[in-house]
Design a protein around this ligand. Structure first.
Ligand code: 13P
Ligand code: SF4
Length: 330
């Protein structure tokens, strides 16, 4: 539903937000966003709601309605601290499930339930049970990009920001690390723990190639390339820095490279560029179709109707929560 607010009033109410994002959102687009930004910020107060937004949300969400932003690890950690009654997770379904696991008594909303993830779809709880039978006694470390059912079969979760630390925290020689093959590969290069991997891939990051990045290096002098560890190994070999979305953001904020290419989802560069004017962003990027299902209009509807709500079977939730809490405790 369209919010019942006059565009002129909405433009006046949201002027300070537009000032922040004007370098990444064309001015012709702002009158479309402004009524939603104004109405969402008002509705949040009425509902005692907070919006947690992943770094891949578009700038009008990330900079203009979100209360808490970050990578998967930050969103999981900060979800624990909120005293709001309602959490809107502007991200994909597994992130909303993680927020619900950590806040079982709160209303957790995901503005579009179809916002999935190719990694989460690559593995089932039955697959984990089969892996355990094949490798008896070997602990299972599961990337948070998985369903609650899969987390429930796991010993501990990890994110791209803490994967090596989580693997090493177990004090074992060998772990099953699921489901991202490329993240597993990246972790294996940094630890002596033997990694047994799965063949899941992120449909966004697997499309980048090392050859493509080399071509950019030839076309642009003094280019700093930073990549997400879900990228294939030849991409990571070509990059100057590898890290989670939050680590990529903080790298650019601290190092201030002259020119940077963030090898990841497209909104990442937009969101960092809105904060930093003295870095040139070279933007070959791939869109995540799941993240892009989340829009201002759907966030407004979710807050208005308090739906769709995330619910997790209590038996699964108890076990899945244990794996997430074990990670957060590290
Ligand atoms: P981060 O935890 O690094 O934000 O990654 C989440 C994700 O889905 C990357 O594709
Ligand atoms: Fe999943 Fe990749 Fe989209 Fe992240 S970018 S949500 S890993 S499909």
């Amino acid at each position: 539903m369209r919010p019942n607010i006059d565009t002129k009033a909405a433009l006046a109410a949201t002027a300070q937000f537009y000032e922040h994002v004007k370098t990444v959102i064309p001015d012709v687009e702002w009158p479309v966003h402004a009524p939603y930004v104004a109405a969402i910020n008002q509705l949040k107060k009425e509902r005692n709601a907070v919006i947690l937004a992943h770094n891949y949300m578009t700038p009008e969400i990330f900079h203009c309605v979100a209360d808490i932003t970050g990578d998967s690890l930050a969103l999981a950690r900060k979800a624990v601290d909120t005293d709001a009654d309602v959490i809107v997770l502007a991200g994909v379904h597994f992130m909303a499930e993680t927020a619900k696991l950590l806040n079982p008594d709160k209303t957790v909303l995901i503005p579009d339930e179809r916002a999935g993830c190719s990694l989460a779809d690559s593995i089932t709880a039955a697959d984990i049970r089969a892996m355990r039978e094949k490798h008896p006694g070997v602990p299972v470390v599961t990337y948070v990009n998985t369903s609650a059912e899969v987390k429930a079969e796991s010993d501990i979760c990890c994110t791209s920001g803490n994967a090596v630390q989580v693997v090493e925290s177990l004090g074992v020689d060998e772990v099953i690390f699921l489901p991202d093959e490329y993240l597993a590969n990246y972790v294996a290069r940094q630890t002596d723990v033997r990694i047994i991997a799965w063949k899941g891939h992120c449909e966004v990051h697997e499309r980048f190639t090392g050859a493509e990045l080399e071509q950019y290096r030839c076309n642009y002098d003094d280019l700093t390339i930073i990549a997400h560890p879900e990228c294939p190994p030849d991409v990571l070999d070509t990059a100057d820095f590898v890290g989670s979305t939050a680590q990529m953001q903080s790298y650019v904020q601290k190092q201030r490279p002259r020119r940077v290419m963030m090898v990841t989802e497209c909104s990442m560069s937009d969101n960092v560029a809105a904060d930093i004017q003295d870095v040139e962003f070279i933007r070959p990027c791939n869109l995540c179709p799941h993240m892009k299902r989340i829009t201002l209009a759907k966030i407004y509807d979710a807050l208005d109707t308090l739906e769709p709500c995330v619910e997790i079977d209590p038996g699964i939730a108890v076990k899945a929560r244990r794996a997430v809490e074990r990670m957060i405790a590290i």
